[in-house]
Design a protein around this ligand. Structure first.
Ligand code: COA
Length: 353
């Protein structure tokens, strides 16, 4: 088993585990993210400084995280983020690597892959992933560097998602209203639609945890070997604490089945608590298997985007990633006005236990 090294020296370059309290290194890391964004995918939402900084100190409660920086001549040249589930899927690790555009093709990215593999293998992980932006037909041209780099390191494409953007006012008011009424008619009287901003109301935490626990079993995962994980009320609340710590506001709309009192459909949008940042992110949308075919997905998304518009007038667009094979979700998104921007790939490599 490889040993984990917190500090690796390669020809004048040092790889250091990032201490969230080290303001200079944290700033240098963020500057690399910003420079790469400007060159690689400037149309996508920019990295958000406060959220990045807070995230270093508040890892997700169901994941262990680590960040490393590659430093040369006192400057951060590249950044590696690693995540490892800590409740289930203990064989799994994911990571992302960003090298400053002016310092590529010098082996820095490869040194960070070595750091990642040593770190994750040293903690018993056998399925490791790396992701990257890619091009998609009808979208913007993206560099093939990430894809070729991942393949160069033996990581194979396991899951492709398409990245779409929707202006919050993509539909004219009459079209949106007509779609909403059609969806309401299809849903009938069996469901109560409930919305909120921020934490899940206490009385819904248990039932929300139940539907969240179905996510990994229901979303397409391609070749990734991920098992469903149980989300209980305690974890749900811990995730809400983290969102607050990171300055994220959640706009959420659910359908509660009147007969059973259970939440059977859910959609949510994540917004930076920052009145100047124009982009928001679509979180999971899920409809329980037994309640599909009633237009609940479309209904909830329209109600939710209206809430976004009313409460966060500075938000101009919502971004979403869908597995390329997720036809029902993509159909809803296209109806709502989502347009292709680019794509992403999750590349995986399996190791012997
Ligand atoms: C992908 C990325 C991390 C590569 O970093 P890097 O430091 O330039 O990578 P390395 O110098 O270690 O490259 C190792 C090998 O990957 C392949 N590779 C990297 N960039 C490539 C490119 N632009 N075109 C073709 N092959 C490339 C090559 O095989 C290269 O070996 P070589 O230079 O001897 O031919 C960098 O381009 C980047 O930050 N891209 C944006 C973020 C991203 O897509 N990350 C993907 C990994 S999570």
């Amino acid at each position: 088993m490889p040993q984990v090294t917190a500090d690796v020296h390669t020809d004048g370059m040092e790889i250091i585990e990032l201490d969230p309290a080290d303001g200079d290194l944290v700033s240098g890391a963020f500057d690399v993210m910003t420079a790469a964004h400007a060159v690689d995918h400037p149309e996508n939402p920019a990295p958000h400084r406060a959220t990045f900084v807070a995230g270093l100190s508040y890892p997700p409660p169901d994941e262990d995280e680590a960040h490393f920086v590659a430093v040369e001549d006192g400057q951060v040249r590249a950044l590696l983020g690693i995540g490892m589930p800590n409740r289930g899927n203990l064989h799994f690790a994911w990571a992302w690597i960003i090298v400053h555009p002016e310092h590529r093709r010098k082996g820095i990215g490869s040194a960070l892959v070595d750091t990642y593999v040593a770190y994750a293998r040293g903690r018993g992980r056998t399925e490791l992933t790396l992701d990257t932006h890619m091009s998609w037909e009808g979208g913007l041209e993206r560099s093939k560097a990430g894809q070729l780099f991942n393949e160069h390191h033996g990581f194979k494409l396991a899951l492709t998602w398409i990245n779409r953007r929707c202006a919050v006012d993509a539909l004219d008011a009459a079209t949106e209203q007509a779609l909403l009424e059609k969806a309401e008619a299809a849903a009938g009287d069996e469901y109560e639609v409930i919305s909120w901003i921020g934490r899940t109301p206490e009385e819904l935490v248990e039932t929300m945890a139940r539907i969240d626990s179905t996510i990994l079993a229901e979303v397409p995962l391609g070749e990734l070997g991920l098992e469903p994980e149980t989300i209980d009320a305690e974890l749900k609340n811990a995730k809400a604490d983290r969102n607050e710590a990171m300055g994220m506001k959640i706009v959420q709309t659910v359908a509660r089945h009147r007969g059973t009192g259970e939440v059977v459909a859910n959609t949510c949008v994540f917004i930076h608590d920052d009145g100047e940042f124009p982009d928001a992110y679509q979180g999971i949308t899920i409809v329980d298997k037994d309640h599909r075919g009633h237009r609940l997905g479309l209904l909830l998304k329209i109600v939710n985007v209206r809430l976004v518009r009313e409460n966060f007038p500075h938000i101009r667009a919502i971004w979403t990633d869908n597995a390329d094979v997720n036809a029902p979700m993509i159909d809803i998104n296209v109806t709502l006005g989502y347009e292709i921007v680019d794509a992403g790939g999750e590349f995986s490599r399996k190791f012997e236990a």
